[in-house]
Write a protein that binds this ligand. Sequence first.
Ligand code: ZN
Length: 562
Amino acid sequence: MLLEFHGLLAALPDGVYVNPYKLLGMTAMFSLWALYAQWVDKDTIRVNTFRILWNLITLSLGAVTLATLLLVPDFLIGALIYGLANLVLGIVYVVHRNGLVPDEDKVCTPQHFQRLMKEGFRSKKGGPKKEVKERVRVTGAGKKVVQIPEDDVEREHYRLMQDLLFDALWRRAQTVEVAPSGQAARVAYQVDGLPVDRDPFERADADAVITYFKKIAGLNVEEKRKPQVGKLMVAVGENKMDLVVRTDGSTAGEKLHLRFISFEKSLKVKDLGFTSEQEAQLTDLMHNRGKGLVLLSAPAASGLTTLVYSFARSHDAFLMNIQMLEYRRDLDIENITQNLFVPADDKTFSGELQKMLRTDPDIILVPEVRDKQTAVMCCEAANHKQKVYAGLNAASTSDAIGKWMRVVGDNATVSKALAAVLNGRLIRKLCSECKQAYRPDAATLKKMNMPADKIFYRPPEPQVDKHGNPIICQNCQGSGYFGRVGVYEVLIVDDALRAVLRAARSITEIEAQIAKSGSAGLQTAALQKVYDGTTSIQEVLRATRTPERPAPPAPPAAVKAG
Ligand SMILES: [Zn+2]
């Protein structure tokens, strides 16, 4: 920078006399300004404000006032303008940044000067740098491993990121959410599908860690309102995972959502937890039958996306033209065309589906159907020649059929197209390290039609060591459960059910026919997992409880007619 300065001096017109004292004064003023500009650049990151904007303002004013200093004939007036203008901007910046941080982080306050004197003294004695370690290897945008930063401020942000990732991985969180609220930020995990709250972050730390995640995921750090999605790779030892990073503005501030993706990247239908009988039914459905609509359903946040994606992976993508149309995408599926719907004034979801159908696919998958046109189009394609998998949130197979009928609006169309209906959810598996065997009472076994000597399993009673401290299982962190498995109801639509569907006036008639067909319900499939020791009876009751809410009378909100 000083070189530039000398360059500027050299560029002065001939005959301009430069007094060496003035030169010294200018150099001193400019050096002060350069230090200040550097501090502003770093400080905008620290307090998480608009970095590019503030740098632009600082540099522009610096350049204009420097020109004034050089060109105004009276050096003192030039110096006065230079000093004052930059000082005023400095004060404006300090007032702005002090408004963003808690009291102890404000600068140019009496407390700050006191602290500086104390810390300045300490640092002369050589205060140790806070140790920062890489516990989770993070590969960011551009496939570069994120290194421990040299800069103190960035090191601190790196440490916050490492602590959050390591803790989340240790607790086996599938998702992490950091949501600001006032001076703090809530940190919540999902472990085996259940929410777990963690100690909240201070607001400044939350903002810093969110900005840091955005930076390493290659997102636009300045954009704090619009939703953004990026991807990282994280690894602890040999255990590697993808990490989807989402940010989104809200009135309370910017939110961060992280989702770890490991084994679900490769799940197929056979990996999901279907009973052998159901697996045989599904193999027949997938590979021996041609056209038809398969309705895949689960309650919200109960594994619907995994279910739809697993069907996509279970067909041969080399022999068939498989196409998917979706509202959002977290995972890539090899060799399958995943069309992402991006809303625009001249685009509708059903319009995009129509375009997709013109490419004559063998199989189409729509993980989330939201509007009538799309639903009708799915039925028509299934009646014409395609195999169609459509996803929908529902509590049971009959609930799924009811909702689908309301969306489509015509029973005959539904009844003709429907080949099968699935409903599922995820239940937690007992931790193999600490599960406890017990003998249920005879009456329970009798009710379940089980032999009297049958052993069940459940999470252990809380245990304490001889000092009275709780003993916590290191495998499951004391929850008693480790991982999840799906349980499903598979309903193959036969001629009898088809006839009932065509004429049905109420869900009760459909339910009666499903019961008559002898299709094993969800509870039966779930109890199977109790008998074989995979899960507990309590977990099955929790997971298969039908949510207490009336079915909505109208079809799900249409995104746009078209
Ligand atoms: Zn355990």
